[in-house]
Design a protein around this ligand. Structure first.
Ligand SMILES: Cc1cc2nc3c(=O)[nH]c(=O)nc-3n(C[C@H](O)[C@H](O)[C@H](O)COP(=O)(O)O)c2cc1C
Length: 202
């Protein structure tokens, strides 16, 4: 698929068919994720891969709860059918350590040196590569947030270490025929370029 087509076709998919996903495609998504740029080549990320029905069910039980699963809304009903979930996590300590090395020299590990949290930024770039790889493979994917109140149960269920922060989660699968829950683009327009691009001066 042409790159422009990947960019144009990438939309968040919130309703999946139950057909399995070729594990080789998931391998490729994760491989491509690690091709993302990272500050100082810190690569302070980790990816939890959930690719069997039991683990996917455990994810939803921990983050949505059994009650919601028993009576899911349209969003949840479409999302739980995705056969694969990937949870990209950022690892701040890897950045503080990397930038304390001799070539960077931030030995005080002072977080105020960072203009924005590059650990989240880099992990988000990796997440976009996962989304784009899904599109390239003819699959659908959706990046979505994990509710803060559910983070601890999620961590405990899957043994995610405290120094890794899940930045969100990604469902991956084949699109179902029904469109599923409408996303915000159904209610909002894409902002035109002349509104968001400031050429030469803001
Ligand atoms: C950081 C981030 C968090 C998001 N969280 C959710 C979410 O919790 N649930 C959801 O359905 N979509 C979520 N989305 C998807 C956005 O709603 C979607 O990207 C946006 O409406 C534009 O639509 P498109 O990606 O299909 O072009 C999230 C996207 C991003 C980048």
């Amino acid at each position: 698929m042409e790159f422009q087509d990947v960019v144009r076709r990438r939309r968040m998919v919130r309703s999946y068919a139950e057909d399995p996903v070729d594990p080789a495609v998931v391998d490729r998504m994760l491989h491509n994720a690690t091709r993302a740029p990272s500050a100082g080549f810190s690569q302070g990320w980790g990816f939890l891969r959930l690719d069997n029905p039991r683990d996917v069910r455990r994810y939803w039980a921990a983050t949505a709860g059994e009650e919601a699963l028993a009576d899911p809304d349209e969003w949840l009903a479409g999302m739980v059918r995705a056969p694969v979930l990937i949870v990209p996590c950022s690892h701040k300590a890897a950045y503080l350590e990397r930038y304390a090395e001799r070539d960077k020299g931030w030995t005080d590990r002072d977080e105020s040196r960072w203009p924005v949290p590059f650990w989240h930024l880099d992990t988000a770039m990796a997440a976009l590569l996962i989304l784009q790889t899904a599109v390239d493979a003819g699959l659908g994917a959706c990046f979505f947030g994990i509710p803060p109140a559910r983070l601890q149960p999620f961590r405990e269920e899957f043994g995610v270490p405290e120094d890794h922060t899940p930045v969100g989660a990604i469902t991956v699968g084949h699109r179902s025929a029904d469109p599923g829950a409408a996303g915000s683009p159904a209610r909002r327009r894409r902002r035109p370029l002349d509104e968001v691009v400031h050429r030469g001066r803001w």
